[in-house]
Design a protein around this ligand. Structure first.
Ligand SMILES: Cc1cc2nc3c(=O)[nH]c(=O)nc-3n(C[C@H](O)[C@H](O)[C@H](O)COP(=O)(O)OP(=O)(O)OC[C@H]3O[C@@H](n4cnc5c(N)ncnc54)[C@H](O)[C@@H]3O)c2cc1C
Length: 261
């Protein structure tokens, strides 16, 4: 039976995120949290493999106690087990410390396939998945848009800006998922009941994760956020109404004026 681990990050619903103008940090209070969309696609891919071939699907999240909610959602969608990696010692992690911690946690779980999202909609770096593969010593296939299990390998269609690539990779491997991979299923009422009444979220704290102190939390983070600020708002734009030929001339003149052409 295949063993699949899906990494799931709880993220603020970014349409509603605002920055504190004084501290430059995200205002998280009162902002609803969701399962990162790419991660939901990774979970759905894992559940489809489970439906087709049989697999044990384990969801893993690193975060504060409230990240329990996304893990319950994963259980309600059909994941078999859930692990929350949570300890103050892991707080303030950059991508290096995040991936070191997550990889160490995943190394404790059987894993033929590890799914992460391509990127988290709040941090947006797209670094954690490939870094985890490196820490785990397994191959990484990024930007997965289609996946098939064939024997001991995966056939993955990777998406680029203007082309595709189909690769075959042996398991164990790590795949970073795109939202285009599938349309995730909804939680079922029975699934929700079972997620809260029957299944458990196992909490792993510092002693449970076999990672060196120098690679975790704020102290183990080689990067620092120096400053963050919202983008200045764009101007209003200009609407012109002329006949098509005059519009084209007007546009070309404007582009020349700005040295675009
Ligand atoms: C000095 C410093 C301090 C920071 N302090 C904080 C802080 O206190 N709180 C905070 O929220 N952020 C903090 N950050 C941001 C933090 O580094 C990133 O959110 C985190 O490292 C993940 O990077 P990303 O969001 O860019 O993930 P990406 O690389 O874009 O994520 C790719 C995929 O990796 C997986 N993944 C990423 N993070 C997790 C996770 N936590 N659990 C499970 N799977 C995951 C998901 O599958 C995700 O789709 C800090 C950053 C720095 C540099």
């Amino acid at each position: 039976m295949l063993n699949i681990v899906v990494c799931i990050k709880q993220v603020p619903d970014t349409n509603e995120v605002r920055l504190d103008p004084k501290t430059g940090t995200l205002i998280r209070e009162g902002v609803p949290s969701i399962m990162n969309p790419d991660d939901k696609a990774g979970l759905e891919a894992a559940l489809r493999i489970k439906d087709e071939l049989g697999a044990v699907v384990r969801a893993v999240s690193m975060g504060p106690a409230q990240a329990d909610a996304v893990l319950r959602e994963a259980l309600a969608m059909g994941a078999d087990e859930a692990y929350l990696i949570s300890d103050r010692a892991f707080g303030g992690a950059d991508t290096w410390a995040t991936s070191s911690t997550l990889a160490a946690a995943v190394s404790r779980l059987p894993h033929d396939i590890v799914f992460t999202g391509r990127q988290a909609i709040d941090g947006d770096t797209a670094q954690v998945g490939p870094q985890m593969a490196e820490h785990l010593g397994i191959p990484n296939v990024s930007y997965a848009e289609e996946i098939r299990v064939v024997g001991d390998s995966l056939i993955v269609k990777r998406q680029f800006e203007s082309s595709y690539q189909v690769v075959r990779v042996k398991m164990p491997c790590l795949v970073t998922a795109l939202t285009e991979l599938n349309r995730p299923r909804y939680m079922t009422p029975g699934g929700i009941f079972s997620a809260y009444r029957e299944k458990q979220v196992t909490v792993w704290t510092r002693p449970d994760v076999p990672v060196d102190d120098s690679n975790i939390g704020l102290k183990g983070s080689p990067t620092r956020v120096k400053e963050s600020f919202p983008k200045p708002l764009k101007g209003k734009g200009e609407v012109v109404t002329m006949d098509a030929e005059a519009e084209a001339d007007y546009l070309v003149a404007k582009l020349r004026e700005k040295f675009v052409i």
